[in-house]
Design a protein around this ligand. Structure first.
Ligand code: EPU
Length: 332
């Protein structure tokens, strides 16, 4: 059991904000993680993946757990399907690249999403009409309160848009994730941007889909090593029919997607842009010039500046359009 003291978290979050963790550990196995949890029963704990979806506004007076379980294994396969297990610390896109190279379909639309495998069910990561929940069939985890090892079925994960039981409770440290992937692939149109990018390609292969997504994302999203950021900063808002109609009076070209149950999703990026916040900058923080949903850090190490900018954008949009944007990013 290796516990470190007073660790600077700046390298461990993609916004590169400074904060010191009083205690910090990187367990290599589920057993080691269980032991640590049992050894520190009264300690406040925070699970940190690759740090692409959070930032710190103050020091962390507790124990940061950064799972370090690696490995990709084929658990079983038939002629049509394969069950793949990946350790929580595996880099997400390396895992997607591996699946695509083997001809295993289901993850290709999630290419180039930054982060770790362990974070994929927490956020139920999604892009281009696909979400993690479409292929995750089991999650292995450790209960942060008891050290007990727990297996979650897909239903027990309670997945919804950028949400899961892991995110709602912050109680389970994911150690590995099991995905069911298909050995055959037929491209289906799900997302207009992707179909446009694949125009002229008659029946795209898995690799062609992955490459197309990499091209779109590279064009639209800033490189966090150059401009630190955490991807989409806000969730796309869900609106009732009445809220949607009121908003359409103000914004006739509002993009609206049916979200079922008489609810509608609209584009946070569109609202931010219409409210005049695209590409603006306050001090060292701003919205990205090519995509308004991304908040970028131009050079501060103080998370409070990012949080203040977030509030300005939220309030401005609320005043103009009556919609309160909810952050997708976690703030500590
Ligand atoms: N748009 C604007 N202005 C902009 C950018 C976009 O008005 O500056 C509008 C356009 O109407 C565009 C629409 O927003 O058609 C949607 O844009 P985009 O396809 O980029 O999708 P998004 O809603 O901004 C979501 C995810 C992304 C994911 C993309 C692609 C959320 C919060 N974000 O973004 O996920 O990559 O779809 O599927 O759901 C992330 O979660 O970190 C992330 C990057």
């Amino acid at each position: 059991m290796n516990i470190q003291h007073n660790i600077q978290l700046q390298p461990y979050n993609s916004f590169r904000t400074k904060a010191v963790a009083r205690l910090f550990c990187e367990p290599q196995t589920a057993e080691e993680l269980s032991e640590i949890v049992k050894a520190y029963p009264g300690e406040k704990k925070l699970i940190l993946g690759a740090g692409f979806n959070l930032f710190f506004t103050e020091d962390y007076d507790g124990l940061i757990i950064r799972p370090a379980m690696g490995g990709i294994n084929i658990l079983s396969e038939t002629d049509s399907e394969v069950l793949l297990e990946a350790g929580a610390a595996e880099d997400w896109d390396t895992f997607v690249a591996y699946a695509v190279s083997k001809g295993f379909a289901g993850l290709e639309n999630l290419s180039l999403i930054p982060g770790s495998v362990g974070a994929s069910p927490v956020q139920n990561i999604g892009a281009y009409g696909t979400e993690a929940k479409d292929t995750v069939i089991r999650v292995n985890a450790v209960d942060i309160r008891t050290g007990e090892r727990i297996i979650f079925t897909s239903e027990e994960c309670g997945f919804s848009y950028r949400d899961s039981i892991f995110k709602r409770t912050c109680r389970y440290v994911i150690t590995s994730v099991i995905f069911r992937l298909s050995k055959s692939f037929n491209y289906k149109e799900k997302y207009i941007d992707l179909s446009r990018e694949l125009e002229g390609v008659p029946s795209p292969t898995l690799s062609q889909v992955r490459e197309a997504i990499i091209r779109i994302r590279t064009r639209k999203l800033p490189d966090y090593t150059v401009l630190p950021n955490a991807g989409s900063f806000f969730k796309n808002p869900l609106l009732s029919k009445e809220e949607k109609e009121m908003l359409q009076h103000k914004l006739v070209d509002l993009p609206v997607y049916n979200a079922g149950d008489n609810m509608f999703k609209t584009s946070a990026a569109f609202l931010i842009e219409k409210a005049g916040y695209k590409g603006i900058r306050r001090g060292m923080v701003g919205t990205y010039e090519h995509h308004s949903l991304i908040i970028v850090n131009y050079g501060t190490d103080n998370g409070k500046e990012i949080a203040d900018f977030m509030k300005e954008v939220q309030n401005g949009i609320y005043q103009q359009f009556g919609v309160m944007l909810e952050p997708e990013v976690w703030i500590f």
